[in-house]
Design a protein around this ligand. Structure first.
Ligand code: ATP
Ligand code: MG
Length: 453
């Protein structure tokens, strides 16, 4: 009987007692993976025994309906689901990534919000969809931005879940500012009136410099009922190694919130239940939907060129009343729940299954390449690090010449794009085995190494 390839979900414990995020998602993925002929294990850097290159992984066993611990070899493929954490666990993740960088990763880390913003700004295709953003250095940044925009958002460059986000808007009358938002524990901060000359003092308590904050042009996304809303677009690689749109759903913030995040009490809704009404025109809503699909696929292809292989991204998009769309941020480790909660069952199913189909495609592609080339494709790049179960520790197309890795293929070229099925082909197998540090054409290396999700 053929041995099933193993996909390892790399994640982080949420605390020192071994709390694991998204276990139920991984349970569902295990069931789907079984049907496809793939085994799934879940592990964290803290489960790895470096001396032996073995892992004390968790595995869901459908027969008993329970999770088990097993000692096993490193998996043939790794799906990195680690989100940024301010903890020593995140430091240990960096060690893991460096030590086992030669293994086959479905995805590599991308930069924080600031790094991704600057990377996208370099390409003319994206500029018109990026809200003006700058790194906060002093309250003068806010004053300057307020001259151009009546609404601003202040958000941590490495934040998630709507924590520590403030909105500042010019009041309709009286020259004062209205500040509101979420504190660092995500609690709602009710609107406060602040005189512009007192703003700097107010913000001092907020520790904007210590945490690295962004000041961003705010987009007007309040629905007639007063709640903010935005759009979650998920793009993923599929079973042919192509980028495609999996789905797009709406998130609607709770009353009194300037953020829409589900963890902050937001609700999910179907796009077609909101966008046509918001734009006042069905036809326009369809056009915008197609445009954001094409945009998402282009962004994914481009970021992959810049940061290294990726297999999924979720874009947070604001759409203004004129139908212009704006990219608020790119999430490299997206949750899928928004589709389930919006009642988009098919998108939810695809969201779970596509990374598995892609992993299989990658695995088979690599085997085929090995057979066709009639030689061992994989070559170890770091002397001491171990290899994965089944396959030798391998790089796919990276060839060493005079100390530099050559990239032979990997530019994502936009092919037939259109509608929600917008797609590109990317030579993921060509990219994925490579060490990212030597394969970055966009000059964005500096920051994503330091802090990336
Ligand atoms: N420039 C903006 N204009 C309008 N609303 C914004 C803007 N930036 C952020 N928001 C609102 O705040 C929410 C959270 O912002 P953002 O997605 O940038 O941060 P986050 O905390 O990283 O969220 P996530 O958990 O999705 O990673 C957005 O989903 C949106 O509702
Ligand atoms: Mg977000």
């Amino acid at each position: 009987m053929a041995v099933r390839p193993v996909l390892g979900i790399l994640t982080l414990y949420l605390n020192d007692r071994g709390l694991l995020e998204e276990r139920d998602v991984y349970r569902k993925m295990t069931l789907a993976a079984r049907k496809l002929g793939l085994d799934l294990i879940v592990f964290t850097p803290d489960d790895v025994q470096y001396a032996t290159n073995r892992v004390h992984a968790q595995r869901y066993v459908p027969e008993s309906g329970s999770w088990q611990r097993i000692w096993t070899a490193l998996p043939q493929m790794i799906f990195d689901r680690c989100r940024i954490q301010q903890s020593p666990r995140f430091e240990r993740l960096k060690i893991f990534r460096a030590r086992y960088g030669h293994l086959l990763f479905l995805n590599r880390p991308i930069g924080n919000k600031w790094s991704v913003y600057r990377t996208l700004l370099r390409d003319a295709r994206f500029r018109d969809h990026l809200p003006q953003t700058r790194l906060y250095e002093s309250s003068r940044d806010i004053t300057a931005m307020l001259k151009r925009h009546p609404l601003l958002y202040l958000k941590p460059a490495g934040g998630t879940g709507g924590r520590g986000i403030l909105s500042i808007r010019r009041a309709a009358s009286g020259g004062t500012l209205i500040v509101q938002g979420r504190d660092h524990y995500r609690r709602i901060i009710r609107p406060m009136r602040v005189r512009p000359e007192r703003l700097a003092e107010k913000l001092k308590a907020w520790d904007l410099r210590g945490r690295k904050y962004l000041v961003q042009q705010g987009i007007r996304i309040r629905l007639p009922n007063g709640r903010v809303h935005d759009y979650r677009l998920l793009v993923q690689k599929d079973g042919q190694g192509e980028w495609s749109v999996t789905g797009c759903a709406v998130r609607i913030g709770p009353p009194g919130s300037v953020t829409s995040n589900l963890h902050g009490g937001g609700q999910a809704a179907r796009l077609d239940a909101v966008l046509p009404g918001w734009l006042g025109n069905e036809e326009k809503a369809r056009e915008v939907q197609e445009s954001i699909g094409r945009f998402g696929v282009e962004v994914a292809g481009y970021l992959e060129e810049c940061y290294g292989p990726l297999c999924e991204l979720a874009l947070d998009l604001a759409i203004d009343r004129d139908g212009r769309f704006w990219l608020l941020e790119v999430n490299p480790k997206p949750a899928r729940d928004v589709f389930r909660r919006a009642g988009e069952q098919e998108a939810y199913r695809l969201a779970l299954i596509r990374p598995l189909q892609y992993a299989l495609w990658l695995y088979r592609n690599r085997l085929r390449r090995r057979r066709n080339s009639g030689r061992t494709v994989g070559r170890k790049t770091t002397g001491s690090a171990g290899g994965a179960s089944g396959l030798s520790p391998a790089r796919t197309v990276g060839r060493k010449t005079g100390g530099k890795v050559l990239r032979t293929a990997g530019r994502a070229a936009v092919r037939a794009v259109g509608g929600a099925a917008a797609r590109t082909r990317s030579d993921a197998a060509g990219l994925t085995g490579m060490r990212r540090s030597s394969a970055i054409p966009c000059g964005v290396q500096e920051e994503h190494e330091k802090k990336s999700g």
